[in-house]
Design a protein around this ligand. Structure first.
Ligand code: PLP
Length: 443
């Protein structure tokens, strides 16, 4: 069956359009102009889309939970200075998971009191650095870590505010590699096993930490509001149990991120306001029923803030036809700028930037330039026949977990990030890595 990828592309997000001449417009600009100006391959970010995505959460939280709810951008999705500046301007807090992310946020002037420090294994150096820099809240994974944070804070004469990361025991019906809320997860302390209650007691007894509340994050690319509702139920009941056990009133409840985005037109659209509204109804009703004070709510969207605000532009190289088997279209990037197919078998929508209206009758796999058979960007997709060396190929929805998962495998330099602002002006947010950059640490 001949499928026109192009109509799929235009359906993905409002920032993807097709000109009268059949060329790709992104954030109102000719895609081809950007790659001609900045070289290939390149990440192109739509700044206004990042802001719109932020505002969707801001507005929904204010409406449904009031002014003291705070959205946190899970910055592992895309971490560079400019992103921290934008989300700071949009009134977000942020999740950080390493000294590197804390440092980058600090360089951007991000107010670190609004930063939440995650990770299932914070090193001693990370912990010391984060306390030193005044990171507002630690999300503590386990008892051993809690002890180290307590000791480090006492040594510095500080009292560190913390949330405890709990595993509510939910399978979010998503890929195993991105599911984190089940009991046997490497993240957090399980409610079911009693470890969650135990770590709460320990935190309350410590003088170097101030327990603010609890956190859970059940997985990623979740479209089903039920997953969040179930998590909220379990967390609120735990909060009631904690109140009964220790007389502690939870002040902050963080239900994590994981809101789904559209990679292909087979993916549904998630209505953020509706989902937050449903969660709010549940949380308010159940809090009242259980006799607990409504905690301040936190959510941690990562992917859904940046994914559809970016596309990657590549130049086509080898087009290989293996008669009776398969066709390959190779591009000048690959798993070094987007390892998500290799990691999760992720799907993407692709198109040729100058042939957006052409019929897509050539079935092929778009592959990268690395020495790995798994170096695939999109498998079994349809592109216009006659695709050839020099064509510009766009991969959409690449804002999340692409730049931030980039590597120098095969000593390929990382791509630049070019931003397009509201006025349609382009500017560089991250420079392309040069050959000198690649060898800069070699002694
Ligand atoms: C990865 C992660 C997020 C963000 O998940 P998305 O799917 O990108 O929204 C939020 N919270 C925690 C703890 C995470 O590990």
């Amino acid at each position: 069956m001949v499928k026109n990828n192009v109509s799929s592309a235009e359906n993905l997000c409002e920032n993807i359009r097709i000109s009268k001449n059949g060329t790709l417009l992104f954030a109102g600009r000719e895609a081809v102009e950007i790659i001609e100006k900045y070289g290939s391959p390149v990440f192109v970010f739509d700044e206004e889309r990042v802001r719109e995505n932020c505002r969707r959460y801001k507005t929904a939280l204010r409406e449904h939970f009031g002014a003291d709810a705070l959205p946190l951008y899970a910055s592992k999705a895309a971490s560079f200075k400019r992103i921290y500046e934008i989300i700071a301007e949009e009134g977000f807090g942020t999740d950080v998971v390493s000294s590197g992310e804390i440092y980058t946020a600090k360089l951007a002037g991000f107010p670190l009191e609004r930063a939440y420090f995650h990770s299932n294994n914070k090193t001693d150096a990370d912990i010391a650095y984060a306390i030193e820099e005044g990171v507002g809240c630690f999300v503590v994974d386990n008892v051993e870590e809690l002890e180290v944070i307590n000791a480090a804070a006492l040594e510095k004469g500080k009292k560190q505010r913390v949330l405890l990361r709990l595993t509510p025991g939910i399978d979010p019906h998503t890929y195993a590699a991105v599911a984190t809320g089940n009991v046997d997860s490497k993240f957090g302390s399980a409610i079911e096993t009693g470890q969650a209650m135990k770590i709460t007691g320990e935190a309350l007894a410590m003088t170097g930490v101030e327990l603010a509340g609890f956190h859970c994050h059940v997985g990623s690319q979740v479209f089903d509001a039920d997953v969040f509702l179930k998590a909220a139920d379990i967390m609120l009941r735990f909060i009631r149990d904690v109140k009964d056990e220790y007389g502690f009133e939870c002040r902050e409840l963080d239900l994590g991120g994981g809101f789904g985005v559209r990679y292909t037109d087979a993916d549904p659209t998630l209505d953020v306001s509706e989902v937050i509204g449903q969660i709010s109804e549940r949380v308010k009703a159940l809090s009242e029923k259980l006799g607990i004070t409504l905690p301040k709510m936190r959510f941690e969207p990562g992917r859904s803030i940046v994914a559809d605000a970016c596309m990657t532009l590549y130049t086509v190289g080898t087009v290989k036809k293996i008669p009776g088997y398969k066709n390959y279209v190779s591009v000048d990037g690959g798993m070094t700028d987007n390892p998500r197919f290799a990691l999760y078998g992720s799907k993407y929508t692709v198109a040729l930037a100058k042939r957006m209206n052409d019929e897509c009758d050539f079935k092929c796999s778009v592959v990268g330039r690395c020495c790995e058979s798994g170096d695939i960007l999109a498998e079994g997709v349809m592109l216009p026949s006659g695709i050839k060396r020099g064509d510009i190929l766009a991969v959409f929805t690449t804002g999340a977990y692409n730049y931030s998962m980039s590597s120098n495998y095969n000593r390929v330099g990382r791509l630049p990030v070019v931003m397009i602002d509201k006025g349609g002006n382009d500017y560089v947010a991250v420079r392309r890595e040069s050959l000198e950059d690649i060898a800069r640490n070699d002694v």
